[in-house]
Write a protein that binds this ligand. Structure first.
Ligand code: FES
Ligand code: FES
Length: 163
């Protein structure tokens, strides 16, 4: 069997996605972003640059923000992956969704899920970040619409709401 065929062979991947255990057949070369969108049906995860540059595909892996276009799905065996779809609970928006909405941090909606997941990763490890720390945490998330002032303000406002 040649190398390409080996990579395309399917295996069962077991992982926790947004609090639910799943098992799905994936190829060894499938990217996490493609697994989440095409198999798990979580299209809030966006594909932008497909090369680790834009942050649109950011998800949390074991609580840490990571670009899902740079991670193989099979590397997430047994791990916890969270997407924007997993944040709202009991019919209520997550605090970051709420403040992005209220403070106009969300613009086109394409980069916003990744921004919010990167911000969530930050708030979990640093509940009271400075503006500078927010800007650093979001430096891998590109927005072409406007400046970042409203986005930083939205994250700061979310930090003031109890999780
Ligand atoms: S699509 Fe992953 S960083 Fe741009
Ligand atoms: S809000 Fe999506 S590119 Fe700016």
């Amino acid at each position: 069997m040649d190398e390409t065929m080996l990579r395309r062979r399917k295996r069962l991947l077991g992982l926790n996605v947004n609090g639910r255990w799943r098992e799905d057949a994936v190829t060894d070369d499938m990217l996490l972003v493609d697994y989440l969108r095409d198999i798990a049906g979580l299209t809030g995860v966006k594909t932008g640059c497909d090369g680790g540059e834009c942050g649109a595909c950011t998800v949390l892996i074991d609580g840490e923000a990571a670009p899902s276009c740079l991670v193989l799905a099979v590397r997430c065996e047994g791990r916890h992956v969270e997407t924007i779809e997993g944040l709202a609970a009991n019919g209520r928006l997550h605090r970051l969704q709420q403040t992005f909405h209220e403070r106009l941090g969300a613009q086109c909606g394409f980069c916003t899920p990744g921004m919010i997941m990167a911000a969530e990763g930050l708030l979990r490890r640093n509940p009271t970040p400075t503006d500078e720390e927010i800007r650093t945490a979001l430096s891998g998330n590109l927005c072409r619409c406007t400046g970042y002032a409203k986005i930083v303000e939205s994250v700061q406002a979310a930090a003031e709401i109890a999780p």
